[in-house]
Design a protein around this ligand. Structure first.
Ligand code: GCU
Length: 427
């Protein structure tokens, strides 16, 4: 191949996979009007908690069910828990590491997943817990060779893929830091719930395949996708936590990064057992306002990652202005619980400003409960977190989960778990 052909190929590749049609220019952000979350679809203004809870909140939830993530199924799926291992000497004896096999069943078909728990050994009373999926398997979070890969991993990673390396994502799981602050974590590889990829094979190996009529199912405009399934799975982790005596059930937080940040917000919107909901770098279809069309957009995400959503979401590709809802309303669904959104300075793809603004615009829902929103529409500087009943930070660096992020998430949980809803000291 001569140099010219090489150059043409590179340019072609950049066009196909690169940033074509992606706006990174603030002056090109279209002017937009956000739908008013405080006015019901029939024009009734929302002035009290009752109208919010009985009328407006269900309307907003319905947008996300019917237009974005699809309808979560509530058919009863059975589950058995099998203890796989318990290691009380994890982290030099500071923590216990437990593996538990979840066997989901619809009576005919079974589906296996493996949860890993890290629990502080020195504890006074019950323990607050983070629910958080990992991307590369439980073994990626530690060098401990007794940690098992789950059955889903070979479906998504070829045998020679670097993601099979034990400990390959330890930087995102600062176990000691978390344990030292008294928190436990339950994690699971997100592929265990829905192997993240296009096509029937992935659906057949996802929990979606356990639901009645799945084989003959007609794909409807609001059929759920992978994000819906992951959110469903995080609620199943909470079901397990509820069987554990050491868990403080009023102190369960969910933390998700990127695609799992989207799923965490969606899980938190639906399941009120999550008292603190944390989205890290969740971007498009997560915390970021779609109508800004900055960084990843609806057209792009529904083209490259369409199995994450319900088919109806595609209607808004290149058409965000027509959306009768936006992501600030997803964040608002957490009220009167607590929500924290984090961005990274170099993560333009996720539209940091859009993540901040959606969080700020969610305030009215919290205010209805006498709670405080971010209290500003000016994005704070790097490493200047805002923590009220809602929280936000932007840190230096790229798209990732860092110690800085974890430290702030724990500060925020400390604030609310220690003082309880609405009674933390006001500044
Ligand atoms: C891709 C995708 C994002 C997603 C991210 C991730 O970049 O476009 O929407 O958040 O992957 O999950 O890491």
């Amino acid at each position: 191949m001569n140099r010219f052909t090489f150059l043409v190929l590179i340019l072609l590749a950049c066009n196909l996979y690169g940033q074509e049609g992606i706006n990174y220019d603030e002056t090109q952000v279209p002017s937009f009007v956000l739908p008013d979350m405080m006015v019901c679809n029939d024009g009734t203004p929302v002035r009290d908690v009752k109208t919010w809870e009985k009328k407006r909140r269900p309307e907003l939830l319905e947008y996300f069910f019917s237009q974005e993530y699809g309808r979560t199924r509530y058919d009863k799926i059975g589950v058995r828990y099998e203890d796989v291992s318990t290691n009380p000497d994890f982290l030099g004896g500071k923590a216990t590491c437990k593996q538990v096999r979840f066997i989901f069943s619809n009576g005919e078909k079974e589906h296996e997943a493996i949860a890993m728990l890290v629990i502080p050994n020195h504890r006074k009373g019950k323990v607050p817990v983070f629910v958080a999926y990992n991307f590369k398997g439980n073994p990626s979070t530690t060098l401990d060779t007794t940690i098992l890969y789950s059955p889903a991993f070979p479906l998504v990673k070829k045998p020679d893929h670097p993601d099979w390396k034990r400990g390959c994502q330890m930087n995102r799981w600062p176990w000691e830091r978390i344990i030292d602050r008294g928190y436990a974590v339950i994690t699971m590889c997100y592929h265990d719930i829905y192997p993240d990829g296009r096509g029937q094979k992935m659906i057949d190996n996802s929990i979606i395949s356990l639901f009645p009529d799945y084989q003959q199912r007609e794909i409807l405009s609001d059929s759920w996708g992978a994000i819906g399934a992951w959110a469903w799975g995080s609620s199943r982790l909470v079901d397990y936590l509820e069987t554990q005596r050491w868990v403080d059930k009023k102190k369960i937080a969910i933390m998700g990064h990127s695609r799992q940040g989207k799923a965490a917000l969606w899980a938190g919107a639906q399941d009120k057992r999550f008292k603190v909901v944390i989205s890290n770098d969740s971007g498009c279809s997560g915390a970021a306002l779609a109508k800004r069309v900055y960084g990843e957009n609806v057209e792009r995400i529904t083209k490259t990652l369409e199995w994450w959503f319900c088919p109806a979401y595609k209607l808004y590709a290149n058409n965000e202005a027509a959306m009768p809802f936006d992501q600030h309303e997803l964040i608002a669904l957490m009220a009167p619980r607590h929500v924290y959104v984090a961005s990274a300075q170099e993560d333009n793809w996720s539209d940091q400003k859009g993540e901040f603004l959606a969080t700020a615009y969610a305030a009215p829902a919290f205010e209805l409960y006498g709670m405080k929103g971010l209290g500003t529409f000016e994005q704070p500087g790097i490493h200047q977190p805002i923590m009220t009943d809602v929280g936000y930070h932007i840190r230096a660096g790229k798209h990732d989960v860092t110690d800085y992020d974890w430290d702030r998430f724990m500060d925020f949980c400390d604030l609310h778990f220690k003082y309880g809803t609405r009674s933390y000291p006001r500044r």
